[in-house]
Design a binder for this molecule. Structure first.
Ligand SMILES: *Cc1c(COP(=O)(O)O)cnc(C)c1O
Length: 367
C-alpha cells in the first residue's frame, strides 16, 4: 500500500540526530521556555525572513493568540477563506468575533482578492489569507485592500513552510503569520506545536505574554492569558527537521512536477500555479467529476488518497448558527465535492509516483 504520507520514514533518515537532540533536552533539566525554544525561535524567524518568532502549543492557538494580540474581540468581523481547514474559522470564533467568508479563485483554490473589498464592513477588523496546500495566496492585492481600510493581515501559513510569493518567503508578508507543526505538515514536530512570526515588536511582546498566563514576570499577571508554549523537546526536534526542510520541499516539488506532467492530458483539474508562486506542495489536489469512484479504484490499486476538505466550514454543524445557507458559497461547495489529494511526501519515491500516474490514467480511461 502506498501511504498518503510516510511519517516514520523521516525517522529512518534523521533518527540519530533527533535522538541526540532529545537526549540533550532530557539532560538539560529545562523543559519549558528554555534555551532550546529560544534557539528554534531564532532559527525559524531567520528562515522566514521575519524579525520575531514566538513558539506556541499548536497552529490553532497561533491563529487565536495572534488575533488577540491584534486586538480582535466580540462584535468584530474577520475575513476568512470559504475554502480552508476549519481552524482558520475557529480561531476567529474563539475571540468572540465573526468569520466572514470570501470565496476562492476556482483555479488556485486560494482566497480571491477581487472579492474581498465587497466583504469589508464597518465592523471588519482583520483579513486572514490562507496559503492553502502550500500555495501562497495572492498577497499584494490583499495587502493593498487591507492598507486602504487600515486592517491588519494575519497569514495562516500552517500548510506553507518555505513557500515563496514573488521570491519572498511567506510568514513575513503580513502583520503576523500563524504556523502549525502538527506532524503531517511540511515542518512537523513529534506531537503538537505551533508558532507566530512577525516583524512587529509590539505584537511579538503581546504574544510572549499571552502564551504564558499573561505574565512576563513569574506570578505577575498583566492580562488574562493562557498556557500555550512550544515545549523544549519539540523545539529541539524541530531545529533538526528545519535543517532538512528545503531538501524535503525540493523532493515534494519533483513529485508535483511529475504529477503535473503525467496527468496533464487526463480529465482531472490540476493545481494552477501562478507565475509569482513558488509552492511547497503540502498537498497535491486534483478536481474530479467522479471522485468517489476514482478514490475507491485507487484504494483497490493500493494507493491512499484523502479529501481536503469534504465539508466547507459554513456547512459544518459547528457553524449552523451563522445561518449561511447551502448554495451561498458555491465555489467552496463545488470544490468540497470534487477535490482529491494524491499521495506526496519527502520520502515517497518516484516509482510510486509513476505508479499513481499510470493507475489514475487507467481509471480515468483516457489512453
Ligand atoms: C493544520 C492547520 C491549522 C491548525 O494547526 P494545528 O496545529 O492542527 O492546530 C490551521 N490552519 C490550517 C490551514 C491548517 O492546515
Amino acid at each position: 500500500m502506498i501511504p498518503f504520507l510516510d511519517l516514520a520514514a523521516a525517522h529512518a533518515e534523521i533518527g540519530r540526530e533527533i535522538e541526540e537532540a532529545i537526549h540533550r533536552v532530557l539532560e538539560s533539566g529545562s523543559y519549558i521556555l528554555g534555551r532550546e525554544l529560544e534557539a528554534f525561535e531564532a532559527d525559524f524567524a531567520d528562515y522566514c525572513g521575519a524579525k520575531f518568532c514566538i513558539g506556541v502549543g499548536n497552529g490553532l492557538d497561533a491563529l487565536h493568540l495572534s488575533l488577540l494580540a491584534l486586538g480582535i474581540g466580540p462584535g468584530d468581523e474577520v475575513i476568512v477563506p470559504s475554502n480552508t481547514f476549519i481552524a482558520t474559522w475557529l480561531a476567529v470564533s474563539q475571540c468572540g468575533a465573526v468569520p466572514v467568508p470570501v470565496e476562492p479563485n476556482a483555479a488556485t483554490h486560494n482566497i480571491d482578492p477581487s472579492l474581498i473589498e465587497e466583504a469589508v464592513t464597518t465592523r471588519t477588523r482583520c483579513i486572514i489569507p490562507v496559503h492553502l496546500y502550500g500555495q501562497p495566496a495572492d498577497i499584494d492585492p490583499i495587502l493593498a485592500i487591507a492598507d486602504h481600510h487600515g486592517l491588519p493581515v494575519l497569514e495562516d501559513a500552517a500548510q506553507s513552510h518555505g513557500a515563496r510569493y514573488r521570491g519572498r518567503r511567506v510568514g513575513s508578508l503580513g502583520d503576523a503569520a500563524a504556523w502549525s507543526f502538527y506532524p503531517g505538515k511540511n515542518l512537523g514536530a513529534l506531537g503538537d506545536g505551533g508558532a507566530v512570526t512577525t516583524n512587529n515588536s509590539a505584537i511579538a511582546e503581546r504574544l510572549r505574554v499571552l502564551r504564558n498566563y499573561g505574565s512576563r514576570t513569574k506570578y505577575v499577571n498583566e492580562v488574562r492569558g493562557t498556557n500555550s508554549r512550544l515545549d523544549s523537546l519539540q523545539a529541539a526536534i524541530l531545529r533538526v527537521k528545519l535543517r532538512n526542510l528545503d531538501r524535503w520541499n525540493e523532493h515534494r516539488k519533483v513529485l508535483a512536477n511529475l504529477y503535473l506532467r503525467e496527468l496533464g492530458h487526463l480529465k482531472a483539474a490540476l493545481p494552477a500555479v501562478p507565475e509569482w508562486a513558488d509552492p511547497v506542495w503540502h498537498l497535491f489536489v486534483v478536481g474530479l467529476d467522479e471522485r468517489e469512484r476514482v478514490q475507491k479504484k485507487l484504494h483497490e490499486a493500493g494507493i491512499t488518497s484523502l479529501i481536503h476538505y469534504p465539508i466547507p466550514p459554513h456547512m459544518q454543524q459547528a457553524y449552523t448558527d451563522l445561518g449561511i445557507p447551502q448554495g451561498t458559497l458555491p465555489i467552496a461547495e463545488d470544490l468540497a465535492n470534487r477535490v482529491l489529494s494524491l499521495p506526496l511526501g519527502p520520502h515517497m519515491n518516484l516509482a510510486d509516483g509513476q505508479y499513481v500516474c499510470q493507475t489514475l490514467a487507467t481509471i480515468l480511461d483516457d489512453r
